[in-house]
Design a binder for this molecule. Structure first.
Ligand code: AMP
Length: 289
């Protein structure tokens, strides 16, 4: 496995490879877990050459403390990457991605499109998706992948990235990977290590809330009844609120394609949750049909 920290090194390595092989790319912020590994497996099955990037992008953090607390362990990540059959890992420093000494808001940035303005994380994390699309555009320019894999765990991000490649006509196919959960049902996330053991157990109630909401939808729909968004939220909310030291940032029923607020459940609607548990922001979502 090749590890590169400079853009030029990545370009030199890939120049030869891209002529004969399909490049599958998995961008991450590191501290890899099984959710990331499932993306790498998918990349391995779809591409000939698997490229992983590990970069904690400062411009997508709107909270400096969150950035500083973001867990990192590059040695462990490289071991996981090697085991997962990754061909090349790109591990840039900030100075490799953003010109040093120039204020970042003076540099060219990409502005996220419609999906970023549909509430959810776009509303509660101002500037977050502009930072995401800016760094994803840079990474796509460096790696020039044929396909790139993003997890449904960050469902709004997936839609925002789909719009990025569509609107800027980038020749990259975006592949969605299913959300992976811990045995308790808690969505796997690098941030989970910041929870206490008890907090981690309790946080599984986010999944339980979504699951109960879905079974309410299934019952209603089986009975031939239209299920209203308020009903669904009223099922999930108390379960999630029963988590100690928690607060709901959002809990909303939206369409899965355009992320519009939905009045009723249908085959495309998903329930989206962002919840602070012990000060750690956790997100989750589930199809309600
Ligand atoms: P991150 O390192 O958290 O920025 O995530 C990198 C990629 O892994 C993103 O496309 C995420 O959506 C995806 N990912 C993170 N957690 C999970 C999970 N539990 N299941 C599936 N994909 C995930």
């Amino acid at each position: 496995m090749r590890v590169c920290s400079c853009v030029q090194e990545v370009r030199d390595y890939l120049r030869v490879e891209r002529t004969k092989r399909k490049i599958a790319f998995v961008p991450t912020m590191g501290f890899l877990h099984e959710g990331h590994e499932s993306l790498l497996r998918l990349a391995r099955s779809l591409g000939d050459l698997v490229v992983l990037s590990i970069y904690v992008n400062p411009t997508q953090f709107n909270n400096i403390q969150d950035l500083q607390c973001y867990p990192r362990d590059i040695e462990r990540d490289l071991a996981i990457a090697e085991k997962s059959g990754v061909d090349m890992v790109f591990t840039p420093a900030d100075d490799e991605m953003y010109i040093p000494g120039v204020s970042r808001d003076k540099l060219v940035q990409v502005k996220a499109g419609r999906a970023a303005f549909q509430g959810l994380c776009g509303a509660t994390r101002p500037g977050h998706f502009d930072g995401v699309v800016t760094v994803v555009a840079k990474l796509f320019n460096i790696v020039q992948p044929d396909l790139a894999i993003f997890g449904e765990k960050d469902y709004q991000q997936l839609q925002v990235v789909r719009e990025l490649v569509r609107d800027l006509q980038m020749p990259v196919k975006i592949i969605a990977a299913p959300l992976l959960r811990e045995a308790s049902g808690l969505a796997m996330s690098s941030r989970n290590v910041r929870l206490s053991q008890k907090g981690r157990e309790e946080a599984a109630k986010i999944f339980k809330g979504l699951l109960e909401a879905r079974s309410c939808c299934e019952q209603g729909l089986r009975a031939g009844r239209k299920v209203r968004a308020e009903e669904v939220i009223a099922i999930a909310a108390p379960i999630i609120q029963s988590i100690p030291e928690s607060s709901i940032d959002y809990l909303e029923l939206r369409s899965g394609d355009l992320l519009d607020l939905a009045e009723y459940v249908d085959e495309d609607t998903r329930l989206f949750a962002a919840v602070y548990v012990e000060g750690v922001r956790l997100i989750d979502n589930m199809a309600m049909f």
